[in-house]
Design a protein around this ligand. Structure first.
Ligand code: GSH
Length: 199
């Protein structure tokens, strides 16, 4: 049986999962949901969200659950840090990125008045301040690249590629993190989306 990932190239949650697949070196097929306006996804799952995975016949929905499942079945190159306390912190940061940074991305993308734009920039400033402290003196949050870094990268990468908002230069550690991730993911430029099948 094959593994199929129903996805969209521009979705940040799909990029997060593509990084996990590549890290685990698990081969998979891509079903681009934009090609048939999500018809095959709807037929398969009766819902519209991507990423959705057909995992050897089993349906798995949501980037966090897909990532956890791949890690469980392919434990090499763990996407989590060692130890329960660090793993809990890592999961909390993954959730913060998925549930909070996404809102700032939506706010910036939808800002169509100077007031809305200023509000969205203030929202991002607050997040960049947090991230700049998190990545102070660190390449990754824990001792290797974890799902927390992948989730944060995917949101910041979407901000750069799709929303077209550049991280202000004063956030040196956040910019340093993005450059580290660009190198780790072997992207020629941050304008490219991640699509390698292995890392
Ligand atoms: N929490 C979910 C979020 C997935 C999500 O919001 N996907 C968006 C694309 S970025 C989507 O498919 N939206 C289509 C819809 O809701 O109709 C995850 O981590 O996978």
């Amino acid at each position: 049986m094959a593994i199929k990932l129903f996805q969209s190239q521009t979705s940040m949650f799909c990029e997060k999962v593509r990084i996990v697949f590549a890290l685990k070196k698990v081969p998979y097929e891509i079903v681009d949901v934009r090609k048939d306006d999500r018809k095959s996804l709807l037929e398969y799952t009766n819902q519209r969200k991507v990423p959705t995975m057909n995992y050897n016949g089993e349906c798995v929905i949501d980037s966090t659950i897909i990532s956890a499942r791949l890690d469980k079945d392919h434990p090499g190159n763990s996407i989590y840090p060692e130890g329960a306390a660090n793993k809990g912190l890592c999961l909390a940061l993954e959730d913060w990125s998925d549930e909070v940074l996404i809102l700032a991305n939506h706010a910036m993308r939808r800002a169509d008045t100077p007031e809305a734009r200023a509000k969205a920039e203030a929202q991002w400033d607050a997040h960049f301040n947090i991230l700049d402290q998190i990545y102070s003196g660190k390449k990754f949050i824990f001792d290797h690249m974890t799902i927390a870094d992948m989730a944060i990268f995917s949101q910041l990468h979407y901000l750069y590629t799709t929303v077209k908002y550049e991280i202000p230069a004063k956030y040196k550690n956040v910019n340093g993190f993005m450059e580290n991730m660009r190198q780790t993911l072997k992207l020629n430029s941050l304008a490219d989306s991640f699509e390698a099948q292995s890392l």
